[in-house]
Design a protein around this ligand. Structure first.
Ligand SMILES: Nc1ncnc2c1ncn2[C@@H]1O[C@H](COP(=O)(O)OP(=O)(O)O)[C@@H](O)[C@H]1O
Ligand SMILES: [Mg+2]
Length: 317
């Protein structure tokens, strides 16, 4: 069997995956990707590589880790190595507009969205967009940081200084219609090996006050790997659900993943008051909430599914 390399930049997130490999009695090597030297003109080891790079790496001081991942992905691809979540998937991870284009190409609804480069264009763009409430968020996002909800043009004007001070890494702001759901939750659909694993409801209560007055950043509230103390007080913040198990949306997501060579992902969706589902965030680096998995009694945890999938790829490639 080929060696398995896990490319990542966050020790904390790797722990449950390490445990899943231990359970299988398979050693997986870890490749910490932040800074380094890539000998692009050499031939990489003939192994299986799994890209777990996250768009939020800059929040852990790993500013250029996605850029380095792109270099590695190109190097591995050039040499025909097997890369799980390779083939340019990193470019989707760090660009929501690319995600929306790819989702729409598969007939998947995304919230109405426009893009702005240059803070001086935000107010006029918001005025023209004229959809309230309005979400303004970074195109290169992560962990909900910088996601804000505005109720009026005056609010946008008031928030402009803050938006300018915290401009997105790639300089692109997205203006997006706020999808109002009847019940306060979003759903994250998890896929491993391109196939649906399960969906998890994430409560938008409590930590999810997108009001500018509260600072508006959602921070870790939507990261299944973390449940901070505040979240701890809320019962069942993450709850595995079967509401989408028989939905045609799952098949469409699977088609989208296959088309874009994405093997492993968590796709966030939200249902509006009329019952229409919108897909708005593709996390090609995904984490799972073990408490919710245990509570639901899933036959296989997310990390176990990933480890088993990687072993299968390593045996067959
Ligand atoms: N258009 C929207 N309508 C309603 N809620 C949204 C919208 N966009 C983002 N949110 C909320 O903000 C959270 C973070 O936004 P998201 O687009 O997932 O950014 P990130 O890539 O940082 O996770 C979402 O999980 C959702 O709860
Ligand atoms: Mg998200």
């Amino acid at each position: 069997m080929k060696s398995i390399y896990i490319l990542h930049e966050n020790e904390e997130w790797i722990v449950p995956l390490r445990e899943a490999f231990d359970k299988l009695n398979v050693p997986a090597k870890e490749w910490f990707v932040n800074e380094g030297h890539i000998e692009f003109d050499t031939v990489p080891e003939n192994a299986v590589y799994y890209n777990r790079m996250s768009a939020s790496s800059h929040t852990r001081d790993h500013r250029y880790a996605p850029e380095l991942t792109r270099v590695i992905d190109k190097w591995l691809g050039l040499n025909k190595a097997t890369v799980v979540n390779g083939n340019g998937v990193i470019d989707l991870e760090v660009c929501k507009i690319s995600q929306y284009a790819a989702l729409q190409q598969e007939g998947i609804a995304t919230p109405k969205t426009q893009a702005v480069v240059g803070a001086d264009f935000i107010v006029s763009a918001a005025e023209k967009f004229n959809t309230w409430p309005l979400i303004i968020k970074p195109n290169r996002g992560g962990k909900g940081l910088g996601v804000e909800k505005f109720n009026s043009l005056d609010d946008v004007k008031l928030g402009l200084r803050r938006l300018k001070a915290d401009s997105p890494l790639d300089g692109i702001w997205l203006l997006q219609e706020y999808v109002k759901s009847t019940e306060p939750y979003i759903v994250r659909c998890e896929y491993v090996g391109g196939k649906f694993l399960y969906a998890v409801k994430v409560s938008t209560e409590g930590g999810f006050e997108l009001c500018p007055a509260d600072g508006c950043s959602i921070e870790n509230a939507f990261c299944p790997a973390f449940e901070d103390d505040k979240a701890e007080q809320q019962q069942d913040k993450f709850e595995i659900t079967d509401i989408l198990d028989n939905s045609p949306l799952i098949k469409l997501h699977e088609q989208f993943l296959a088309k874009n060579q994405i093997d492993i992902a968590g796709i966030e969706v939200i249902c509006d008051e009329s019952g229409k589902w919108y897909s708005y965030d593709v996390n090609t680096n995904t984490n799972y909430n073990s408490k919710a998995e245990i509570k639901a009694g899933v036959p296989k945890s997310g990390m176990e599914a990933i480890a088993e999938y990687l072993v299968k790829v390593a045996e067959e490639s």
